[in-house]
Design a protein around this ligand. Structure first.
Ligand code: ADP
Ligand code: MG
Length: 810
């Protein structure tokens, strides 16, 4: 009932104020106190004089907890009713807002993190709201005879990035940074709410399980803070616990109540003032806290009833949209310090919190038929969730498969790279070898060419010498032969002349001799023969001398030519020997060089052979690796395909179950509707019957009433005529005269004083009691007796109206 009223009117956000005690340091420093709390009056007073200016302000809140208030006091007075409402199916949110160090975390989490209940089930005094709420929820659920399920989420919002504090992955800097890159995005849930996609939702069955999860989440938060150098005061944490309670009604129906409790430990409010005035400075200092700033703006917009509420400007306000001006019951616990040094922030917190009191929410719990529908939708949602989980599983396994594939590809690529790098080194060394061999070969060749050229030069020199010498010899020989020719020509001329002379002398001699001969034939013949003989002899000896001279000359020349020739021959022999030696040397040299070159070439061939073998091996290795890779890929892909198929089957079965359940549910709802409409028909006919009965009763009543009225009238006339005295009548003169006239009697004065008679008339109270009740009261009475819920004609309740039925009175 209260839900309906709340919905119509809206309820203000409940704002509590908690002032922490002085810290030890503040006590040591004798820090002056500027905040005083009056828990009874629900007031907080701030007073201080600074530089002649006196601050004296008083704020009123829904509840005030002073420094001496214990965790349990705050919980029992402020949070227990909220948790009860959650158990009734409302969504509730508790924010802790305040400057860093004022006790937000102390209030929400408490000091004693290992806060499992002791042997007697009591919690340590220092534990905070979260632990106590979890305990209250489980204590209540366990004491009820109802089926229930509880889910929790725990997230941190830092720098507009969401970290899932319940995600089970390992905590390392790399993993955290990696995780930070993988943002958890917000998604609209289609019902005006927002979901964090990929957020771990733990289903828990006991308070202890939650305590373990909380410990894990908090320790993860602390580790992440250290590893990523986070400033804890700048982060918001949101712990949510969702409860589904299934109850059986006496009619055998199932009721599902769904409540959610959000517990928010906000970032330190000093980061941003409520007006956002420090945005510029904060931004410069890199301190901008978009979520906290937007929270302030949303509150302002709500309080000022602006058309546009900037929920979408930050993740915090998107996540908690329903807690600010929505259907959630919201409570803000503002925390302050009592000390003077926090004065400015304390005033800012008090202003902020006071302002937030004006926000109106319209909380809505689930009613009659709605529950049914919600049960159905919850079932549907849970099935869809199951489908989604299967899909997520599928995704995860596909991703894992693909990641494995990509890991294998990258490892293969890496090994291939390594292998190729090693091969490249090997190939380079082979190439270097080859290059070395070739360059030494080149050197050898150059040297060889140089030496060969040198040798050829020497040979050419020798040949030139030989040619010079030979040409000298030939010149000499030519000279000699020319001389010889001249000489021979001279000799020939001389001999020709001497032969001509001889012939002439012979002819002259012969002629004279012939004559003389004739004369002195006998004497002279002998003389002649003697002289002839002498002449011939003289001539012949002269010729002989000439011939001998010639012969000597020729012999001399011949011998000189022989000498030259011998010399030339010797020289030639020397040359040829030298040339032979040289050519032999050259042959040897070139043979040696050839040998060396052959060796180098052989080396080159060997190197090339090694290289080719190596490449062949490399090729084989790469081929093998490739085929291994391919087979790994094929098996991975087959696995992925198999798992896909499996998931398809699973999704199919989940879908079938969902459809079956939805069909069943719809039928159930239809049956319910049928029943309701049948009931309604029954009720309507009941109402008609009742109306008819009432009409008859009213007719009878009217008839009775008119009879009664007539009889009353009659009685009144009789009484007036018979019993009323004149003076008594005088006071009623006009009406009596009317009555008498009406009743047809004449009024005649008697002249005697009438005797006073006590009339038997109804008292004022009786008359009052005869007055009909106002229409609203009659209608209310009718409703009471003919309740809307059961449309059955009931036994009328005794009327609240303080009168007896007319019939009885009359
Ligand atoms: P916040 O979360 O607002 O920065 P904390 O919760 O960390 O502040 O509180 C700061 C310190 O003050 C802690 O040492 C805590 O124990 C102490 N403290 C805060 N509130 C109270 C309180 N109501 N009673 C006792 N100690 C408190
Ligand atoms: Mg804190």
């Amino acid at each position: 009932m209260s839900g309906r009223n709340d919905k119509e009117k809206g309820v203000n956000v409940q704002v509590l104020l908690r002032c922490r005690p002085f810290s030890e340091e503040e006590l040591r420093n004798n820090a002056p106190q500027v905040v005083t709390c009056n828990e009874y009056q629900r007031e907080v007073a701030v007073s201080q004089s600074i530089a002649g200016k006196h601050i004296d302000r008083v704020f009123t809140f829904d509840k005030v907890f002073g420094p001496s208030a214990q965790q349990r006091d705050l919980y029992d007075q402020a949070v227990v009713p909220i948790v009860n409402e959650v158990l009734e199916g409302f969504n509730c949110t508790i924010f802790a807002y305040g400057q860093t160090g004022t006790g937000k975390t102390y209030t929400m989490e408490g000091e004693c993190k290992r806060s499992k209940s002791g042997l007697n089930g009591e919690l340590p005094p220092e534990v905070g709201v979260i632990t106590r709420a979890v305990k209250q929820i489980f204590d209540t659920l366990e004491s009820q005879n109802a089926e229930y399920s509880v889910k929790v989420t725990f997230l941190e919002l830092y720098n507009e990035e969401i970290t899932d504090l319940l995600a089970p992955e390992e905590i390392s800097k790399v993993a955290l940074e990696d995780r930070q890159k993988k943002q958890l995005p917000l998604m609209e849930d289609g019902k005006g709410g927002v979901l964090v996609r990929g957020l771990e939702e733990e289903i828990v069955t006991s308070a202890n399980e939650i305590f373990t999860l909380l410990e894990r989440g908090s320790s993860k938060r602390r580790t992440a803070e250290t590893l990523l150098n986070k400033q804890s005061s700048r982060s918001h944490s949101l712990f949510s616990i969702t409860i589904h309670i299934k109850e059986a009604t006496p009619e055998g129906e199932e009721l599902i109540k769904c409540g959610k409790l959000n517990l928010v430990d906000l970032a330190g409010s000093e980061n941003i003032s409520r007006s956002g005035a420090r945005e510029g400075r904060a931004r410069e200092a890199g301190e901008i806290n978009k979520s906290l700033l937007t929270l302030g703006r949303v509150i302002n917009a709500l309080v000022e009833h602006l058309v546009h509420i900037p929920y979408r400007d930050s993740k915090l306000t998107r996540l908690l949209r329903d807690s600010l001006g929505g259907r959630t019951k919201t409570c803000i616990i503002a925390t302050v310090s009592p000390a003077v040094h926090c004065l400015e922030e304390t005033l800012s917190t008090l202003d902020y919190a006071h302002r937030a009191k004006n926000i109106k929410n319209k909380p809505e719990a689930v009613t009659n038929l709605k529950r049914k529908m919600m049960a159905s939708s919850a079932l549907y949602i849970s099935h869809v969730e199951a489908v989604q989980n299967v899909v997520r599983l599928h995704n995860a396994s596909s991703n894992a498969g693909l990641e494995e594939i990509s890991a294998s590809i990258s490892s293969n690529a890496h090994s291939l790279e390594q292998f190729l790098a090693a091969e490249a080194i090997e190939a380079n060394s082979v190439f270097d070898d080859l290059q070395g061999t070739l360059s030494s070969h080149q050197g050898e060749m150059a040297q060889f060419a140089r030496e060969l050229r040198q040798r050829f030069n020497v040979s050419i020199e020798h040949l030139k010498n030989i040619t010079d010498f030979t040409s000298g010899v030939v010149c000499e020989l030519t000279e000699e032969s020319r001389k010889l020719k001249n000489h021979a020509a001279q000799i020939d001329e001389i001999q020709t002349i001497s032969i001509a002379d001889f012939r002439k002398a012979y002819e002259e001699q012969s002629n004279s001799d012939a004559e003389k001969l004739i004369a002195d034939v006998t004497n002279l013949v002998s003389d002649h023969i003697r002289r002839q003989k002498e002449l011939v002899d003289a001539r012949l000896s002269g010729l002989k001398e000439t011939v001998i001279g010639n012969k000597t000359f020729l012999d001399g020349h011949v011998s000189s030519m022989e000498g030259i020739t011998t010399d030339a021959k010797r020289k030639w022999q020397e040359f040829s020997m030298q040339a032979e030696n040289d050519s032999r040397d050259s042959a040897d040299f070139s043979a040696a060089k050839h040998c060396r070159m052959e060796l180098l070439l052989q080396q080159c061939v060997n190197t090339a052979e090694t290289a080719s073998k190596h490449w062949k091996k490399t090729h084989e290795c790469i081929n093998e690796m490739g085929s291994q890779h391919v087979s790994t890929m094929v098996s991975l892909v087959r696995n992925v395909l198999d798992s896909n198929e499996q998931h398809d089957i699973e999704i199919g079965s989940v879908r079938a179950t969902t459809e079956e359940d939805v069909t069943k549910n719809s039928e159930d709802i239809f049956r319910h509707f049928d029943r309701v409409s049948e009931q309604e028909c029954g009720s309507i006919s009941g109402i008609l019957a009742a109306v008819k009965a009432h009409t008859t009763t009213l007719d009878v009543l009217q008839e009775d009433h008119s009879v009664q009225l007539a009889s009353i009238e009659q009685k009144a006339v009789d009484s007036l005529q018979q019993k009323f005295t004149v003076c008594y009548l005088a006071s009623y003169s006009s009406s009596l005269q009317e009555v008498l006239i009406t009743s047809g009697m004449d009024y005649e004065p008697t002249g005697t004083t009438p005797i006073r008679i006590e009339p038997d008339i109804p008292s004022k109270v009786t008359i009052e009691s005869l007055r009909a009740m106002p229409m609203e009261a009659l209608a209310e009475e009718f409703r009471e007796n003919h309740s809307y819920e059961s449309f059955e004609v009931k036994e009328p309740k005794p009327s609240l109206i303080p009168r007896s039925p007319l019939t009885q009175l009359n």
